[in-house]
Design a protein. Structure first.
Length: 268
């Protein structure tokens, strides 16, 4: 599947979504967001029909940039009404996309191949794992434009790097280079620029080979850990474990352990 602004290729169980808006450095507009929804729809439909066998997703950008943020060319500054209109239209699709990515059925890896600016940084943070190129950078630039950070960045960034660093980063709106992102825990790995997509796909392949249902439970438990009390989290872990014990993947994992071989997980 491909549109003028996004391509989706499937290989070896990995769906790779690549933004293509070179004239705007892959800036986000309603077209990009809707194309992502359509691509995720196709991934889910294909899996339900037994087609394609997608078990993980990679998101990246074309032309040496991940995403330059919201497309400011769509904004008319002449009045409060004209300023609000494109914002409302974008939020109508963007917020559901962030929620969808964060709760998606399969793991998501972001291959940040250049600048991830504003809402582009928000998009990267909606993934489970970020692989950054050596020349990648993260720009929480909202305040420099007189805007409040949005698209989930205040939620995801604080949980990824801690409240103190997150607050400072959002208020100062300064560029975070790849090495700093790695030190802060914003990125999982920094790799040579030419290898960022293949490395992200390799990580996605490792996740795709894992027990999908268990990985989904891990994602859900991780998301709830800052909101639950210890007792509530123990209860949630126990419930998730009881479901895991019912699966064939658990049987396969234990058998593989005793047989000293790699497990072959098959459940979606």
């Amino acid at each position: 599947m491909s549109t003028n602004s996004l391509s989706c290729t499937v290989a070896d169980g990995i769906a790779t979504l690549t933004m293509h808006r070179e004239s705007t450095s892959n800036a986000i507009d309603v077209g990009v967001i809707r194309s992502m929804h359509l691509a995720l729809d196709e991934v889910q439909k294909g899996t339900q029909k037994g087609e394609g066998g997608v078990r993980a997703v990679v998101i990246t950008g074309s032309d040496d940039v991940f995403c330059s943020g919201l497309d400011l060319h769509t904004i008319d500054l002449n009045s409060p009404e004209t300023r609000q209109r494109p914002h409302f239209e974008t939020r109508r699709f963007m917020d559901p996309l962030i929620l969808r990515l964060s709760a998606f059925r399969f793991p998501i890896v972001a291959a940040v191949n250049g600048a991830a600016v504003g809402a582009g940084m928000s998009l990267a943070l909606a993934s489970d794992i970020i692989i950054a190129a050596e020349d990648a950078s993260f720009h929480p630039s909202f305040a420099r434009l007189g805007l409040v950070p949005d698209a989930g960045i205040t939620f995801h960034l604080a949980r990824r790097i801690g409240a103190g660093r997150s607050l400072a980063a959002l208020m100062l709106a300064e560029k975070i280079d790849a090495r700093t992102a790695l030190q802060w825990g914003l990125a999982y790995a920094v790799v040579p620029t030419a290898e960022v997509v293949t490395r992200a796909q390799a990580v996605a392949r490792q996740l795709a080979d894992g027990p999908s249902a268990v990985l989904g439970q891990i994602r859900a438990l991780h998301a709830s850990t800052f909101d639950n009390s210890l007792q509530e989290q123990l209860r949630a872990e126990r419930s998730a474990q009881e479901m895991a014990l019912e699966t064939h993947d658990y049987v396969e994992g234990v058998r593989a352990f005793f047989e000293k071989r790699a497990p072959h997980f098959t459940e979606h």
